[in-house]
Design a protein around this ligand. Structure first.
Ligand SMILES: CC(C)(COP(=O)(O)OP(=O)(O)OC[C@H]1O[C@@H](n2cnc3c(N)ncnc32)[C@H](O)[C@@H]1OP(=O)(O)O)[C@@H](O)C(=O)NCCC(=O)NCCS
Length: 315
């Protein structure tokens, strides 16, 4: 027996502390003008000492469960995508599950850096489709400010903290609200995004930029092909929020109609790695740029280098 899948709820958590570009210019030699024109970021959020990957993931997960209107006891699997949990054991998912009152679910963390949420979403859809789980809570949660080198202007201006979540459920009529995933990697380029011996991120920005703008349009077309729709049938494009110029370049190459909403949460949230796509989704829904039934193409990419993406239907 196989089941159809759907996203039944979304949720987010954004730390209250906002770090503006002017604040960044007090830390390193940079300017609001440089950051806005090169990356498109105006502000990013910074978690406080009491805001951890686990607490942020829990808060976002609680909102997704409430949005779906289901009881936590109906969730059979919790997946947390993160690359910034400093102590990797115990992993985040079982702690999030217990905080949410989900009784003894499967609970796994997934690390595919900025692509983690889309990977987790595809695994969740497969688990629901195959009957392994009735509902799967998928969360992208990052406290990147813990792994940021605050003296490196090449990277510290980019990153922020937060968490976003989606609940994956069976569809009532067998229809598919989560399309086929396209996933891949270029491990030979893994040195472009690494961590130093102080566990701080180091990135060859220009090399990653060239790779992303070269590869992503082809991946988007492959996702559309596998889903069986044209770019013109999309309602929204939600790429990993790494750089507004990458987002706009990919959108331009697809010749999307004006009506297609573009996820641009990076402006207010910065790059939040595995959390960036679900955060962008909740923003698009809150602003009314997407509504229930809209088809949204997601594509995560980054460290690894790795990528994953699919078309989902907005709950
Ligand atoms: C990181 C990134 C924003 C840098 O932008 P860029 O236009 O490539 O900038 P460059 O690295 O070429 O640097 C250009 C100049 O600006 C300087 N610069 C770097 N950071 C700066 C900052 N915050 N403020 C002011 N100047 C800065 C550099 O030192 C360099 O100066 P130089 O020419 O005198 O050496 C961009 O490369 C990027 O977004 N890359 C992709 C990131 C990504 O997708 N990551 C994957 C997910 S994590």
């Amino acid at each position: 027996m196989t089941y159809g899948t759907r996203i039944s709820g979304l949720g987010d958590y954004r730390p209250s502390t906002i770090i503006s570009n002017e604040d960044m210019a007090k830390l390193v030699e940079t300017s609001d003008e440089w950051i806005r024109t090169r990356v498109g970021i105006a502000n990013r959020r910074k978690a406080g000492a009491d805001e951890t990957v686990v607490t942020m993931a829990t808060a976002a997960g609680a909102k997704a469960i409430a949005d779906a209107g289901i009881d936590p006891t109906e969730i059979d699997l919790v997946l947390v995508a993160t690359c910034s949990l400093l102590a990797t054991m115990p992993h985040a998912a079982p702690r999030v599950a217990v905080a949410l009152g989900i009784p003894s679910p499967g609970a796994v963390d997934i690390n595919a850096a900025c692509a983690g949420f889309c990977y987790a979403l595809s695994f969740a859809a497969d688990a629901v489709r195959g009957g392994t789980a009735r509902n799967v809570l998928v969360i992208g949660a990052e406290k990147l400010t813990d792994i940021t080198n605050w003296e490196d202007r090449n990277t510290c201006i980019l990153f922020g903290d937060g968490a976003g979540a989606a609940l994956v459920s069976r569809s009532a009529d067998g229809s598919e609200g989560i399309g086929p995933v396209v996933m891949g990697s270029a491990g030979e380029l893994s040195e472009f995004i690494t961590m130093n011996d102080k566990l701080q991120m180091v990135m060859e920005g220009q090399s990653v930029y060239r790779w992303a703008t070269g590869v992503l349009p082809t991946v988007v077309r492959e996702i559309l092909d596998r889903t069986g729709i044209d770019a013109a049938n999309l309602d929204a494009l939600v790429l990993h929020q790494a750089n507004l110029r990458i987002i706009d370049s990919v959108a331009r190459s697809l010749h999307l109609p004006e009506s297609v909403a573009i996820g641009r949460d990076i402006v207010e949230s910065g790059n939040t790695s595995a959390a960036s796509i679900p955060l962008a989704l909740t923003t698009l829904r809150e602003t009314g740029e997407v509504t229930s039934g809209d088809r949204m193409l997601l594509l995560g990419f980054g460290g690894g280098l790795s990528y994953a993406g699919q078309v989902i239907t907005c709950p």
